[in-house]
Design a binder for this molecule. Structure first.
Ligand code: PLP
Length: 372
C-alpha cells in the first residue's frame, strides 16, 4: 500500500473490490511515447466494413437515447444465427455481459471457476461481485476439462471458458465442450465466450450455440470487436435460455449500446463478405507467420497452436520474451507481453498485414541470433 493510501481517511472500498487488479489494455505507444503499429489487442487489421462506416453517418441523432432493447440489431443477429431474438441480450462489449453473468449468479461465499491463462476479465468479474475466483490448472497452456471439473463444488456458481481462448489461442473441440457441460450440475452457469468464434472454420464449430439453445445453464457470448472490426463501438451479445437473458437485462445499464453502435453493428452484420475476407486473411497470415517462426530453427521460440486472430509464442531459449518485446518495439511494433498473467516467457502477437508479420518474423530472427 502506498503512503497516500495509508493516509486516506475517506470512504474505503469493499475488500473484494480492493483486491481487483484493473484490466491492463494492449498498448499503442512505446515507452518513449512513439506511435507503434499495434498488434497488442487482437483488433481487425482489415479495419471495419465500409457499410458499417457509412451507417455511422446515418445513425440516429446523438441527442436521442438509443433503442434500449437494441431491437433491430437483435433481430438481425437472430436471423443470421437462427436464434429467437428474445434469447439474445446486448452488452457494451461482451465484457459487460461477462461481468453481468458473474454478478447475476455469484456473490460472496460462491465460487467462480476459470482456467489458468484464461481471459483476464473473468478474474475481475468474479471478484467484483464478492465471489471467490478458483483457477483450474492448464494442460500445456490449453484448457484441461478434467482439471476444471475436479474443482466443481457445492459453492460453484459460474464456470467461464473462452473458446478459442485468449491469450493462448487454444481451442476445445466439440466433444470436450459437450463433456464439460454434461458433467456440470444443472444449477451451475457455463459461460462459453466465443469472442473469436467467427475465426473458427465452420466444420470445427464447438457446438456451444446448440448447448445454449437446448439447455437452461449455458450462455454463449459473442462480440463485434474482433472479426467485425468494431472494437471502438463496444458491442457484444449473449444468448441463452430466456430466464438467463432476463437476468442480464435486469442488471445491465438501460442504454448500454449507443445509437451509432447499433447502426454500425447492424450494417456490419449485413456485410458477411467483409467477415469472410477477415477470416480468410487471418487463416492464411496466421499459417504463414507460424511457419516463419517455426523455420527460425533451434532458437526456442514455440508458437502455440491457435484458432484465433493471434499467436502466443513461448520463448524457451536464449532470447527472452522481455528482450523480444523491447526489440519489437524498436522495430516499430507493440505486441502483448503478459507477465501479469503468469506468462513472462510469452508474447501474444495479433495477426496483422503480411508485411508487418514478415517484419516481425525478421526482427525476431535477428534478436534470436543476437541472443545466442
Ligand atoms: C476481446 C475479448 C472479449 C471481448 O471484448 P469486447 O470488446 O468487450 O466485446 C471477450 N472475451 C475474450 C476472450 C476476448 O479476447
Amino acid at each position: 500500500m502506498t503512503d497516500t493510501a495509508a493516509l486516506f481517511t475517506g470512504p474505503q472500498p469493499k475488500p473484494w473490490i480492493e483486491a481487483i487488479h484493473a484490466y491492463v489494455p494492449g498498448k499503442s505507444t512505446g515507452s518513449d511515447g512513439r506511435k507503434l503499429i499495434k498488434l497488442s489487442a487482437n483488433e481487425n487489421p482489415l479495419g471495419t466494413s465500409p457499410s458499417a462506416l457509412a451507417a455511422a453517418r446515418d445513425a440516429a441523432a446523438a441527442s436521442l437515447y438509443p433503442d434500449p432493447g437494441s431491437t433491430a440489431l437483435r433481430e438481425a443477429i437472430g436471423a443470421l444465427h437462427g436464434i429467437d431474438p428474445d434469447r439474445i441480450a446486448m452488452g457494451a462489449g461482451s465484457d459487460e455481459l461477462l461481468n453481468l453473468a458473474a454478478q447475476g449468479y455469484a456473490g460472496p461465499g460462491d465460487e467462480v471457476i476459470y482456467v489458468r491463462y484464461g481471459f483476464s476479465v473473468y478474474d475481475i468479474a468474479a471478484r467484483r461481485c464478492g465471489s471467490t475466483p478458483v483457477v483450474a490448472p492448464d494442460a500445456d497452456f490449453g484448457t484441461d476439462v478434467d482439471a476444471l471439473l475436479a474443482l466443481v463444488m457445492g459453492r460453484t456458481r459460474v464456470v467461464f471458458i473462452a473458446n478459442p481462448n485468449n491469450p493462448t489461442g487454444s481451442y476445445l473441440p466439440r466433444g470436450d465442450i459437450a463433456r464439460l457441460h454434461a458433467a456440470l450440475p444443472a444449477d451451475v452457469l457455463l459461460v462459453i465466450d466465443q469472442a473469436y468464434g467467427e475465426y473458427v472454420a465452420q466444420e470445427d464449430e464447438d457446438g456451444a450455440m446448440a448447448l445454449a439453445a437446448e439447455h437452461d445453464n449455458v450462455l454463449v457470448t459473442r462480440t463485434f470487436s474482433k472479426i467485425y472490426g468494431l472494437a471502438g463501438e463496444r458491442i457484444g451479445w449473449a444468448t441463452g435460455a430466456p430466464p438467463l437473458i432476463a437476468t442480464l437485462n435486469r442488471i445491465r445499464l438501460p442504454f448500454n449500446v449507443s445509437n451509432t453502435g447499433q447502426a454500425m453493428a447492424l450494417a456490419a452484420l449485413g456485410d458477411q463478405q467483409f467477415v469472410e475476407s477477415s477470416r480468410i486473411h487471418n487463416a492464411a497470415e496466421r499459417a504463414h507467420f507460424v511457419q516463419r517462426i517455426e523455420s527460425l530453427g533451434n532458437h526456442g521460440l514455440r508458437p502455440l497452436p491457435s484458432e484465433a486472430n493471434f499467436v502466443l509464442i513461448l520463448f524457451e531459449g536464449a532470447l527472452t520474451a522481455e528482450v523480444a518485446y523491447e526489440g519489437l518495439m524498436q522495430a516499430g511494433y507493440i505486441v502483448r507481453w503478459l507477465p501479469g498473467q503468469g506468462l513472462p516467457q510469452a508474447l501474444r502477437i495479433t495477426i496483422g498485414a503480411r508485411d508487418d508479420m514478415n517484419a516481425i518474423a525478421d526482427a525476431l530472427a535477428a534478436l534470436a541470433e543476437a541472443a545466442r
